[in-house]
Write a protein of this length. Structure first.
Length: 328
């Protein structure tokens, strides 16, 4: 049995679809039910059970001998949330309790970290899990800090020789886009946010740059197609000897203008971009560049290529956004 926390969310629901395509299971989902929201993400999935977070540890004890691996993808992910207590409870304490449970029950544990742990990127994007390397990182928001705090706690546990799960992997996801992100509101990708408007002949609005090193629309991100993230997670499932903290990006930064132009190309419409002022509240915390270093994941044996930005956006448009039912 595989348990997926956050299984009705964006990345989690795509992981469920990947499992189903490969006949991997049975699968149990732990998440909150939101009518008309994330539950639509899993309406096509054949799952064994759906439990809510307040029932999680009771379920774990009842099925202790059947659970083989936990994919812990559930988290408060809004970068606009400012209540540090919410992040501490949901992103740190819950993750730590699951880590301890998996260590005690000898259950494999694969969890979502984030590229937000790298802050402004001035210290680079090296997924070195050592306490020394992690100590230099300065996340820019409470979400990033909560993920970073757990990464550091894992490193401390390992350096102290405290019992750990038989396999553990922390995944620093970069800028993921793809189907089933529609419930995310302001956290949706530029593609999902602008598809309908661009298809109707409208313009994409991008932030102006306030850094002389980047032109307007030239801010860079490592955009990764969600199915590539799923491929990494399924590879880890099939390679239980592999543990570590790993970046999950393409290793190739592209500009927001490139992303917008990929959408215009997929829709076969003339490019139309408007540059708008960035809210003052985020200017000092804005990341101008992210690019995953992928050497560690490659070194442990993950050899598959990542989808190009143009191909990923074209698939998103043609297979999902343009369809009557855009859900995977």
């Amino acid at each position: 049995m595989i348990l997926v926390t956050g299984g009705a969310g964006f990345i989690g629901s795509n992981l469920l679809a990947g499992f189903e395509e490969l006949s991997i299971g049975p699968i149990v989902v732990c998440d909150y039910k939101t009518a008309g929201g994330n539950c639509r993400n899993i309406s096509k999935r054949n799952i064994l059970d759906f439990i809510e977070p307040h029932d999680l540890f009771g379920f774990l004890e009842n099925y202790r001998r059947r659970i083989e691996v936990i994919f812990h993808l559930g988290a408060i992910s809004s970068t606009m949330e400012t209540d540090a207590h919410i992040f501490a409870e949901n992103n740190y304490k819950l993750s730590l309790n699951l880590w301890r449970w998996c260590a005690n029950a000898r259950v494999r544990f694969i969890y979502a970290s984030s590229a937000a742990t790298y802050g402004d990127g001035s210290k680079g994007f090296d997924d070195d899990r050592s306490l020394n390397s992690l100590s230099y990182l300065r996340p820019l928001n409470s979400y990033g800090r909560s993920k970073h705090l757990f990464d550091r706690r894992v490193s401390l546990q390992l350096e102290k020789g405290v019992s750990s799960p038989p396999q553990w992997s922390g995944l620093k996801f970069f800028n993921v886009y793809g189907p089933n992100e529609y419930h995310k509101g302001q956290q949706k990708s530029v593609i999902a946010t602008n598809y309908t408007k661009v298809a109707a002949g409208g313009a994409i609005q991008l932030f102006k740059s306030y850094d002389e090193n980047y032109r307007d629309g030239g801010q860079l991100r490592d955009f990764i197609w969600v199915e590539d993230c799923v491929r990494v997670m399924i590879w880890l499932l099939n390679n239980e000897c592999v543990s570590g903290l790993f970046n999950v990006g393409t290793g190739n930064a592209r500009s927001f203008a490139d992303l917008a132009n990929a959408l215009f190309l997929a829709l076969d419409v003339p490019p139309k971009i408007e540059y708008i002022e960035m809210p003052e509240s985020i200017r000092e915390r804005y990341q101008y560049f992210t690019q995953a270093r992928m050497e560690r994941l490659r070194a442990v044996g993950f050899v598959w290529p990542f989808t190009s930005l143009e191909n990923g956006v074209a698939r998103y448009v043609n297979e999902y956004l343009s369809q009557r039912d855009p859900y995977r």
